[in-house]
Design a protein around this ligand. Structure first.
Ligand SMILES: Cc1cc2nc3c(=O)[nH]c(=O)nc-3n(C[C@H](O)[C@H](O)[C@H](O)COP(=O)(O)OP(=O)(O)OC[C@H]3O[C@@H](n4cnc5c(N)ncnc54)[C@H](O)[C@@H]3O)c2cc1C
Length: 398
């Protein structure tokens, strides 16, 4: 029997939308299902890293996202909450890139950006968007290959199934690819928006506070995102009165107004056993995420979508067998994340060791090269090998 679609994508967040648009534009019939009805909000630090800006431009969506009030982000700075110097570095330019790459990120209000992306899906010929349809199960064919998804009283069959359903992916769990939760060290996050004139702000600032970090990014002319990441216990305590905790920690918000709800997410580290195989592919957070401490997740999800669309297109055109497409995508995904995970590891080490963070910030305040290199690694412009021995000494606070 003919399938309902060539591809069914579960999840209309940035990773799912980008994958669906790219496959539809290559001539494939795509159904996208999401449990939410858009516009929907999402707990996030809302900093889109520069390579993600490039993907939006290639999708033809950059101007529409900018028009939501998104703010250019040109730098990242780190400091300790109590006092001391600020270490700031501008996003580097890759220099060697074949096409111009933005040397800036964007502060994007997820509620608005995701709505713009979903509107693009609605307009795209070849895509059918179905909202308010929570997926609860995978459908398998007689050989055990994934051949569709289903929910209460409905199912969609497709030649390829893509799970883009976020950090706690139901699709991934249904495939048996979610490992048992790790004990200890689990991290959680909160995000809220504050009415504040952000005209003079042009970057992301991260404040280390011992066992948690405050993260601020302008996401509109009068809108500042303030998120906090930390242990379950610490985030639980802050959640009891997020507004008071922010006002006590961030002096410029002492008299500011908290706009809208405070959103929560966790546990943040999710590494699946596999990202592809048996007719199923995972992308974005569903394919794994370590921690957003370096302000990433959206950009890598968009880059992953480009890689995945290439592999799935080749599979659907029968240029490569399914197993080769799955293995190729698993390699792409590993390459995409390998050095970024190491940068995340360095940032998490600093977050957990305030003495080391204080020394590293003081040293990189004097000499910003190591931070610029790390920002470039996180953008995928070069590997960690770009750090010189002198840079490592600076990061060690020497
Ligand atoms: C506190 C915090 C701060 C962060 N800061 C940043 C940052 O500054 N920069 C950055 O780039 N990233 C950041 N991230 C990470 C970023 O939010 C994610 O990496 C990004 O949203 C992943 O996009 P996605 O499309 O993969 O998934 P999502 O954006 O989560 O979208 C998944 C979609 O799947 C749908 N869905 C879920 N389950 C089902 C189901 N069963 N059936 C149907 N649909 C379903 C959901 O409704 C949703 O629309 C942060 C995350 C947190 C929690």
């Amino acid at each position: 029997m003919a399938a309902d679609a060539d591809v069914v994508v579960v999840g209309a967040g940035p990773s799912g939308v980008a994958t669906a648009l790219l496959l539809a534009r290559r001539g494939h019939r795509v159904v996208v299902v999401d449990r939410a009805r858009f516009p929907r909000d999402k707990a996030c630090g809302e900093g889109l890293m520069p390579p993600g800006v490039g993907v939006l431009a290639r999708l033809g969506l950059l101007e529409a996202v900018r028009a939501t009030g998104a703010r250019e982000l040109r730098s990242v700075s780190y400091r300790m909450l109590d006092a001391g110097p600020v270490a700031t570095a501008a996003f580097p330019s890759p220099g060697h890139a074949p096409e111009p790459v933005a040397a800036h990120g964007l502060g994007v209000r997820r509620l608005r950006m995701d709505a713009v992306l979903v509107d693009a899906l609605r307009r795209e010929p070849g895509v059918e968007l179905r909202e308010r349809m929570p997926v609860t199960a995978l459908v398998r064919d007689g050989q055990g290959r994934v051949s569709g998804v289903g929910g209460e009283g409905w199912s969609v069959s497709a030649r390829v199934v893509i799970g883009a359903d976020g950090l706690h992916s139901r699709v991934r769990a249904a495939a048996g690819w979610t490992p048992a939760p790790r004990r200890g060290g689990a991290r959680y996050g909160l995000a809220g928006h504050w009415r504040l004139d952000t005209a003079a702000m042009e970057g992301i600032s991260v404040w280390f506070a011992g066992d948690h970090e405050w993260y601020q990014a302008p996401v509109g002319r009068d809108e500042l995102l303030v998120s906090v990441l930390g242990s379950r216990e610490r985030i639980g305590a802050i959640a009891r009165d997020y507004a008071d905790a922010v006002r006590a920690s961030v002096p410029r918000l002492r008299d500011a107004e908290l706009m809208g709800p405070v959103l929560a997410a966790g546990q943040l580290a999710q590494r699946p056993r596999r990202v592809a195989g048996g007719g199923l592919f995972l992308v974005g957070d569903a394919a794994g995420h370590d921690d957003p401490i370096t302000g990433d997740g959206i950009a890598t999800g968009l880059l992953g979508a480009e890689l995945l669309a290439g592999r799935v297109d080749a599979l659907l055109r029968e240029r490569v067998p399914p197993a080769a497409a799955a293995a190729g995508y698993a390699r792409d995904h590993e390459r995409l994340w390998r050095d970024r995970r190491r940068v995340t590891g360095i940032a998490l080490f600093m977050a957990r060791h305030p003495g080391a963070a204080r020394r590293a910030i003081a040293a990189t305040h004097r000499r910003r090269h190591p931070m610029e290199v790390l920002l470039g690694v996180n953008c995928g412009y070069w590997g960690l090998g770009h750090l010189t021995p002198r840079d490592w000494l600076s990061l060690a606070g020497i």
